[in-house]
Design a protein around this ligand. Structure first.
Ligand code: TRP
Ligand code: SF4
Length: 403
């Protein structure tokens, strides 16, 4: 079975080359080897933009267009829009029943974003529940791995903890309980008491040694069957059968793509080259970007390491061009505009096919809609299976009166 990978992006404006060299290239690789679910997180956009919904809808389709434009392939990955799959919401509701408020309140982004986005009122249930909804997005597909940036790791940690909590509450079937019961009887009162105190040491005091001691102790109880031993140990650790898979974070390496000022490329720094920027704007942006401040006059030598253009050469130029830059810059034998020219050409060459494909998709709203709908249908099939398990585990399999 191929690994299942889930990732979402909020529709909050156009993508830039930083996204392409970071997240998207990663997706292109993943779609070749795994079962990927990539979705536009429109509900997540509403958690912060519920008062300013203008533009979300346009951004949703723009995002899909840009994914397709860079080569995310609907025949390889399942592409869809979050709100087209109501199963995410049902799972979020059900997980909410067992989500401690304190877990949500202590997520660093909760307070940080409230501070940062002061102009918005983020003291809402929806915003507090951001990581919970994200958890549902992930667990509903039984994801093994979730490619995320460093800023999302705390959210994923909640997802893992919630899966564990769910399994420990609802993952104990009747059969396991019977085995535990029987095991305790077979051991006799004395040994059962020792066992329960080991359990207490582990569960209440967090003493991990208690587990290895229990393995030895249970091993020495001659009357126990292998199955009883196994169930007793799982009982001690508070482990249930796995109903929801605990996902792993797949940390996306920080994009090597620097911004026009040498800092990380980011919308909030205003230093981006959008994926679909017009060529004349790209030229102008690169021509006017800052260089080593020591090169005031054309005759002043410079130090490439102090120049953001050099950082772009790391991404776009081969060793020969890089040697030409280093030599030309340090000896003042090339000007900064000369130096920028190969970067301009490389960025334009990279963008040309992307821009062309984006135009292709932008002109075909009907086909785009069909791709999103087909994706949602595939996603729903997979999500429905998980929800059936979850409903049954939570005692909600009561569509008929037969008890
Ligand atoms: N919170 C993510 C972000 O801002 C977007 C997201 C929503 C997501 N649901 C997800 C990412 C599920 C991975 C998996 O980038
Ligand atoms: Fe930067 Fe190139 Fe100018 Fe040197 S020559 S300062 S590397 S732009």
């Amino acid at each position: 079975m191929r690994e299942i990978i889930v990732s979402g992006m909020r529709p909050t404006g156009r993508l830039h080359l930083g996204h392409y060299h970071g997240v998207l290239k990663n997706w292109l690789r993943l779609q070749e080897e795994a079962e990927c679910y990539f979705f536009v997180a429109d509900w997540h956009a509403l958690t912060t933009h519920y008062e300013t919904i203008q533009g979300i809808s346009v951004a949703v389709w723009d995002l899909l267009i840009e994914w397709l434009a860079v080569g995310v392939d609907p025949d390889k990955a399942v592409l869809f829009i979050q709100s087209h799959v109501p199963e995410h919401a049902e799972l979020a509701l059900l997980l909410g029943m067992l989500t401690p408020l304190s877990w949500l309140e202590r997520v660093p982004t909760f307070k940080d974003q409230q501070e940062k986005l002061r102009e918005r009122d983020l003291a809402t249930f929806g915003f507090l529940g951001y990581p919970l909804l994200m958890t549902a997005d992930i667990l509903v597909y039984d994801a093994h791995k979730v490619p995320v940036g460093a800023d999302q790791v705390a959210h994923l940690e909640i997802s893992r903890e919630l899966a564990r909590r769910f399994n420990s509450f609802y993952g104990r079937d009747a059969d396991a309980a019977t085995q535990v019961e029987k095991g305790l009887q077979v051991m006799g009162k004395r040994a059962a008491k020792t066992f329960l105190s080991l359990q207490q040491r582990f569960q209440q005091d967090g003493d991990a040694l208690a587990v290895s001691e229990a393995v030895v102790f249970l091993g020495g109880q001659a009357g126990l069957s292998a199955e009883m031993r196994e169930q007793l140990l799982a009982h001690l650790e508070g482990k249930g059968r796995e109903i929801l898979r605990e996902p792993q974070a797949l940390l996306t390496a920080a994009s090597k793509m620097p911004g026009l000022d040498g800092q990380k490329m980011s919308k909030s720094y205003g230093n981006t080259i959008p994926l679909r920027e017009a060529p004349e704007v790209v030229r102008k942006k690169i021509r006017t970007m800052p260089t080593d401040p020591a090169r005031v006059a054309r005759t002043d030598p410079g130090t490439p390491e102090k120049c953001p253009v050099w950082a772009l050469h790391q991404v776009y130029s081969g060793p020969e061009t890089q040697a030409w830059v280093r030599n030309g810059c340090t000896t003042a034998s090339i000007g900064c505009l000369d130096c920028k020219q190969p970067v301009i050409e490389a960025v334009l060459a990279e963008q040309a096919p992307i821009r062309e494909r984006a135009e292709y998709w932008a002109a075909r709203p009907q086909q785009l809609t069909e791709i999103a709908h087909a994706g949602a249908q595939r996603a729903r099939q997979r999500a429905a299976q998980t929800l059936e398990r979850v409903r049954a585990a939570m005692g909600l399999a009561h569509e008929r009166h037969d008890c």
